[in-house]
Design a protein around this ligand. Structure first.
Ligand code: TXA
Ligand code: MG
Length: 360
């Protein structure tokens, strides 16, 4: 299959002519990758089981891992779901369109092929103008996982999508680099107390401000023991994985502010990297603008300023892909505070590291 790349001239204001062919392909059962404010999505008609099956095939994704149905307006939500609770209504009003996915009890309209056999459905209304207009023009809800091969870091540019999907899908809509860089916050509103299944740019702090009471799925917070079953099936797979062996270094006291603990962290990253370099391996280092000067050997990349969580999130997946391209054998990374967007950053980094975290 020849994958057509359509470049959007002005992604903040896409023209309908640029999106009509992609919308038609979606409606007719094809696969079209498109930008959202979080990461690039791999879209297909969410009501067409055969189209959903093609998504699993293109990604190499296990078919019990359900897809998110993307909509462009509030009216499009109701036919897909059988109940909208009061907390759900509050969250929709506060954060849609935007980087938040809600889990509802599904209606009969949504095929089990889209929900991985579950009686619930994940729905999200993206704010990205290209995504929003494309979905509206398609006239159907669009099932879209992140547009990466299963197990690789999510794509944040059209080039990343092309690396993984060239020849496997009909079209890639290139709207430039995404804004946020980590996937949407998932909140299960099909249960009594809304529960966060995946942290993202709509943070715990923001959810609490709207809802008061929010729970967090224990599977988010650490490595899963055999008796904990994550509520988002996707969270059980080794996700977001770079090809190299990634190790995180974290101050044991959790202090991410004091010069002393930051110094301990950088010293350990440097020491671990030097050990592997001495053994002849290709070693990547993820540092920050503040610590860049502390490292002289290895493939050293700053993820941005430690003070700017948005920048760190934005650069994270691109950096992991860059280390893949550079054929790094090992990556050592500094850690980040766990509050606000930091929770999503550390969730993705810890999973990418297979929870291999060295405390100093
Ligand atoms: O930001 C995002 O959400 C991106 C963009 C493209 O919108 N999409 C995305 O999709 O990250 P994906 O498929 O990579 O991740 C969807 C996650 C998976 O962990 C899946 O298990 C979970 O959502 N999920 C989907 N439907 C669910 C359901 N009914 N119940 C629980 N978890 C569900
Ligand atoms: Mg994904």
């Amino acid at each position: 299959m020849n994958t057509k790349v359509v470049k959007i001239e002005c992604p903040q204001k896409p023209r309908d002519e640029e999106l009509l062919e992609g919308a038609r392909l979606l409606r007719e059962g094809g696969l079209v990758a498109f930008p959202t404010e979080t990461v690039y999505g791999l879209g297909a008609n969410a009501l067409d089981e055969e189209a959903a099956r093609k998504i699993y095939e293109a990604k190499g994704r296990p078919s019990d891992n359900p897809l998110i149905a993307h909509v462009s307006s509030m009216e499009e939500v109701y036919p897909l779901v059988s109940r909208v609770s009061d907390p759900a209504k509050k969250l929709m009003a506060a954060f849609w369109p935007g980087p938040m996915t809600l889990i509802f009890p599904k209606s009969d309209l949504v095929p089990y092929g889209t929900t991985g056999g579950l009686d619930t459905v994940a729905v999200r209304m993206p704010s990205d103008p290209v995504a929003n207009r494309l979905i509206a023009l398609a006239g159907v809800p669009v099932a879209a996982p992140s547009a990466n091969t299963s197990g690789r870091p999510s794509p944040t540019t059209a080039q990343h999508v092309l690396q993984d999907m060239d020849g496997k899908i009909e079209m890639i809509i290139d709207g430039g680099a995404v804004g946020i860089g980590v996937e949407s916050t998932i909140v299960d509103v099909s249960v009594d107390v809304p529960t966060v299944l995946r942290p993202g740019a709509i943070t715990m702090e923001m959810l609490k401000a709207v809802l008061g009471e929010v729970q967090i799925d224990p599977a988010i917070l650490g490595p899963m023991s055999a008796d904990v079953r994550p509520k988002a099936p996707g969270m059980k797979y080794k996700h977001y994985a770079p090809k190299a062996d990634l190790t995180l270094v974290e101050p044991a006291d959790g202090d991410m502010e004091s010069a002393d603990s930051l110094e301990r962290m950088t010293r350990k990253v440097r020491q671990l990297a030097e050990e592997k370099l001495a053994e002849g391996f290709r070693v990547g280092i993820i540092c920050t603008d503040e610590s860049r000067g502390q490292y002289s050997n290895g493939l050293v990349r700053s993820i941005g300023s430690r003070k700017k969580r948005e920048t760190v999130a934005h650069n994270l997946y691109g950096l992991l892909r860059e280390f893949d391209d550079l054929k790094a054998d090992y990556i050592f990374s500094e850690s980040f505070p766990q509050d606000h967007l930091g929770q999503a950053i550390m969730n993705r980094l810890s999973k990418a590291a297979g929870y291999h975290i060295v405390k100093v």
